[in-house]
Design a protein around this ligand. Structure first.
Ligand SMILES: [Zn+2]
Length: 158
């Protein structure tokens, strides 16, 4: 039996569609359109980088601001309940981020962290373009071991 009215089904489907446009997908597709080729989900690379550029010895991690407890970010608000649980959760996520950074830098690979806030909110299409350009520029600068991309005031990004 089909329990969804056409209206609900439509809502449901648009929900699914928006779920498919996750930050990592949007950034990957912008880079792909720009002609860059990369690996994803390659088990040989610890810490599951979202993008791997073997030719550039570079990996990119795309971090959700809440889960990775992005300090000073408007998208990170410490939950009011279960604070002990969240404290542990955030600490272990942050430790993993730090370990990943250390691991790749010890291998003389370069690391980029893109925070989700860099592409969230209004004008997200422009923001994705800007993130893409920053990643490409960084890849071409081998002496730059680390790059962090986070939300910047829109005027500055235009
Ligand atoms: Zn953030």
């Amino acid at each position: 039996m089909d329990v969804l009215s056409p209206e609900n089904r439509h809502k449901n489907m648009s929900h699914i569609r928006s779920k498919n446009t996750k930050p990592e997908k949007q950034i990957r597709s912008a880079l792909f359109k720009a002609g860059l080729r990369y690996r994803i989900c390659d088990k040989r690379y610890p810490g599951k980088p979202d993008l791997i550029f073997p030719r550039y010895y570079a990996v990119v991690f795309i971090n959700g601001c809440f889960w990775h407890a992005h300090e000073g970010c408007r998208y990170f608000v410490f939950p009011k309940s279960n604070q002990e649980f969240w404290k542990k959760k955030f600490e272990s996520n942050k430790k993993r981020d730090a370990d990943n950074l250390k691991y790749y830098q010890e291998q003389c690979w370069r690391v980029c962290f893109v925070w989700e806030c860099a592409i969230r909110g209004k004008n997200s299409r422009q923001k994705i373009e800007s993130v893409k350009d920053q990643i490409i520029q960084w890849l071409e600068e081998p002496e730059e071991p680390f790059l962090e991309i986070k939300e910047i005031p829109l005027q500055a990004s235009l």
